[in-house]
Design a protein around this ligand. Structure first.
Ligand code: PMP
Length: 361
């Protein structure tokens, strides 16, 4: 069986071992006479799956005891709204770091709920860098500070996080969760759609500190309240059971890889191959993001002309590469190198880039 060199931005590559394990268990999960998708979410078997996935996430990320892990639906986009619905207080603005398309979308949703302020913006640099910590200014009465740890479209990533004291720091980690160690205790809430680093789409992970769970207002619908889901261990209503099961398998795979610290090194080795191919091309390839803000998940780069970029995409597809076309909003090229993208795919891409340059340079 030939596997594509999959550089999709999300949904994205899932480890082959995980897919094979799921295939083996697909029709009959642990002798139940049915698949995961067919069993009650109240059954002991599914509760085991749910509990194990939560426990593994806590173990792998090092989540302190005063945080809850929630598995929700609606994607990270629903969190853009749910966060301010739960945590944006009247008369206390929510501060947003504007670093690209996703941060922007998050802030626009909050504006429907209450007052927002821009704590820092890199718009004047076309979102091709992350702000330094000293650029981020948070009003002392802010409800929270929201940032996007990795901008999937621009290919820029925070490599350090601000210390916000008593003001909750909230991060959309949709495109870099579990790709490197983080200190959860710096954050009030971390959220991420699963479909990049954690498994298939359909489930969104929310890691939330206990005192913030308690703050959910009572006058918003139950499904949008964090404490509804926290109280029910994410089984308030029917969960996306197959996606949760797949996330559990991916987390076990990460554990087998040696954990998040090992994965960080692996991701750095992978991206180095491609950034080197860009930097050593004598200007044939140009990295889109400023060097200090480069992402270890989404590598964005350009060629001399749009025609050449189109040719690159076409020829790469003919050689088994998938997903290298940049996001339609920014153009150019993008290689997403999430946890499950193997080193071999990155080696093949670096080789293809060198060959393409020889043919067209
Ligand atoms: N935030 C970031 C950083 C993303 O990359 C994406 C999806 N590409 C989203 C939010 C939106 O996620 P979803 O499609 O799960 O709503």
């Amino acid at each position: 069986m030939a596997r594509a060199y999959n550089f999709n931005a999300g949904p994205a590559a899932i480890p082959l071992e995980v897919l094979q394990q799921a295939a083996e268990q697909f029709v009959d999960y642990q002798g139940a006479g049915m698949s995961i998708m067919e069993m009650s979410h109240r059954s002991a078997l599914f509760e085991g799956v749910n509990n194990e996935a939560q426990a593994l996430l806590k173990e792998l990320i090092g989540i302190p005891d005063n945080y809850q892990v929630l598995f929700l639906q609606g994607g990270a986009s629903t969190q853009f709204a749910m966060l301010p619905m739960n945590l944006l207080k009247a008369g206390r603005p929510a501060a947003y770091v504007k670093t690209g398309a996703w941060a922007d979308k998050a802030m626009k949703e909050a504006q429907l709920i209450g007052e927002t302020v821009v704590a820092a913006s890199t718009e004047s640099d076309k979102y091709m860098r992350m702000p330094s910590l000293s650029e981020i200014v948070v009003p002392s009465d802010a409800s929270y500070l929201h940032l996007t740890s990795n901008e999937t479209i621009g290919g820029v990533q925070f490599h350090e996080f601000p210390d916000t004291g008593d003001i909750p720091l909230i991060a959309d980690m949709s495109s870099d969760i579990l790709s490197r160690p983080i200190d959860v205790s710096k954050f009030g809430v971390i959220y991420a759609g699963a479909q990049k680093n954690l498994g298939p789409s359909g489930v969104t992970v929310v890691i939330i500190r206990d005192d913030l769970v308690e703050q959910s207002p009572k006058d918003i619908p139950a499904m949008f309240r964090y404490n509804t889901h926290a109280k029910a261990s994410s089984l308030y209503n029917t969960p996306p059971s197959f996606s949760v099961y797949m996330v559990g398998l991916v987390l076990n795979w990460i554990k087998g890889m040696g954990g998040v610290g090992q994965l960080e090194q692996y991701n750095r080795d992978k991206t180095k191959l491609i950034y080197d191919a860009i930097d050593q091309s004598g200007g044939f390839y140009r990295g889109a993001a400023q060097t200090g803000s480069r992402s270890f998940m989404n590598i964005t780069f350009r060629l001399g002309s749009e025609e050449l970029e189109k040719l690159f995409v076409k020829q790469s597809e003919a050689e088994g590469f998938v997903g290298l076309k940049g996001h339609r909003d920014v153009g150019g090229l993008r290689a997403s190198t999430y946890n499950a993208v193997p080193l071999e795919s990155c080696q093949a891409l670096a080789q293809f880039m060198a060959d393409f340059q020889k043919r067209n340079g």
